[in-house]
Design a protein around this ligand. Structure first.
Ligand SMILES: [Zn+2]
Ligand SMILES: [Zn+2]
Length: 368
């Protein structure tokens, strides 16, 4: 890496003390978003790059609305591939849009504009990868490489650089940053990227469907949503994996590397614990046989009541409970009976006798 330190490019001192940051999830890529002269990319124009860097810093320090402490970026890469030290590593950026986003990722900017010089040079792409690797080795950045526009309404980093980010942030020779881009499925990353199938439904990176959104929503509801910048949504992302991993750890599982118990890829046990039911089972397998009316006696326990409760929870008939929310359990209680009655009232064929005690027809319809 061809690093140009602050002293070397003639940086002004920071206006306020920069905020220390121990680590980030990765790096966000930016462009200048204004006119950058094409001549800056001339092979013999590198002497002008330090001055260009001083101009960016001066513009940021002059921005009274933002009241920046310093140049907003952690690093800036010139068209000749040199990496100019901005705030540097272990310092919180001010470029990503808000405090949360600034804490989540470092910011690396390319000297590329919205007009004039709009295409990054090959040397610059190499420099960007150098900068990403520096953020990782020197600043404990994670494997994600994103565009500023990911999770924030902006055109930055422009279409050319964004396409490059989406293609895996690779060097022109096709090699990616050490540890992978965190965006593609190729390249080694520490985050689990495999899928599992539970009851006919797929979970893990890249899996999609309504059931994925439901997992995300349940994680957020339980307080495990800190990795979401957007969403949760129907396509399983690294953020889903990270949040699920946090949830697994909270349950006492350990080991967050891929294929360890808390790697963020669901298992049937934690999934059922999270949702209160196991999705997919009753829609892909036959309804279990009716256990008989003797299984449902007020105040008595029977394993069939657990199944009944799960079906009630899955279908949303849970408004009667002891004050702590309706939970699946073996005992047939007043609450079970009242919730079953609610279900019966909701189905035309059963509404004539909503006594709350399941017969074969209530059982079949509730568990299907
Ligand atoms: Zn930006
Ligand atoms: Zn240069």
């Amino acid at each position: 890496m061809q690093l140009v330190t602050r002293a070397q490019w003639g940086a002004q001192p920071s206006r306020y003390e920069l905020v220390y940051i121990a680590s980030t999830q990765g790096v966000k890529i930016h462009y200048e978003g204004s006119y950058v002269p094409k001549s800056l990319a001339d092979p013999d124009a590198h002497d002008a790059c330090a001055g260009h860097m001083r101009d960016i810093q001066a513009a940021h320090l002059a921005n009274t609305a933002e009241d920046y402490s310093d140049i907003a970026y952690n690093a800036v890469v010139c068209p000749h591939g040199a990496v100019f030290e901005g705030r540097g590593v272990h310092r919180r950026t001010a470029a990503n849009g808000n405090q949360t986003l600034n804490t989540a990722h470092y910011a690396v900017c390319a000297m590329v504009g919205s007009s004039g010089l709009v295409q990054p040079t090959d040397a610059q792409l190499n420099g960007l990868v150098d900068a990403i690797e520096w953020m990782r080795s020197g600043g404990d950045a994670g494997s994600e490489v994103r565009g500023h526009r990911d999770g924030y309404a902006t055109a930055c980093p422009g279409d050319a650089l964004y396409a490059w980010v989406q293609a895996g942030a690779r060097r022109p020779d096709g090699t990616g940053p050490i540890g992978g881009s965190g965006d593609g499925t190729s390249g080694g990353t520490e985050i689990a990227r495999y899928q599992v199938t539970i009851n006919g439904l797929t979970y893990g990176y890249g899996a999609s469907g309504d059931h994925v959104t439901k997992v995300g929503q349940a994680l957020v509801a339980k307080g495990f949503g800190r990795h979401y910048e957007v969403g949760p949504g129907p396509t399983w992302s690294d953020a889903d994996t990270r949040n699920y991993s946090d949830y697994q750890v909270s349950l006492g599982y350990s080991g967050t590397a891929a294929h360890q118990d808390a790697d963020g890829v669901p298992g049937a046990v934690t999934l059922e614990q999270l949702l209160g039911y196991l999705p997919g089972s009753t829609s892909t397998t036959a309804v279990p046989p009716f256990p008989g009316r003797s299984a449902f006696v007020l105040g008595k326990s029977n394993p069939a009541v657990v199944r009944l409760d799960r079906a009630l929870i899955r279908k949303g008939f849970t408004r009667h409970h002891d004050g702590n929310g309706y939970q699946a359990g073996p005992k047939f209680t007043q609450y079970t009976r009242k919730n079953v009655a609610d279900f019966q009232r909701s189905v035309k064929a059963l509404a004539g006798d909503p006594d709350g005690y399941p017969g074969p027809e209530t059982w079949r319809r509730l568990l299907s």
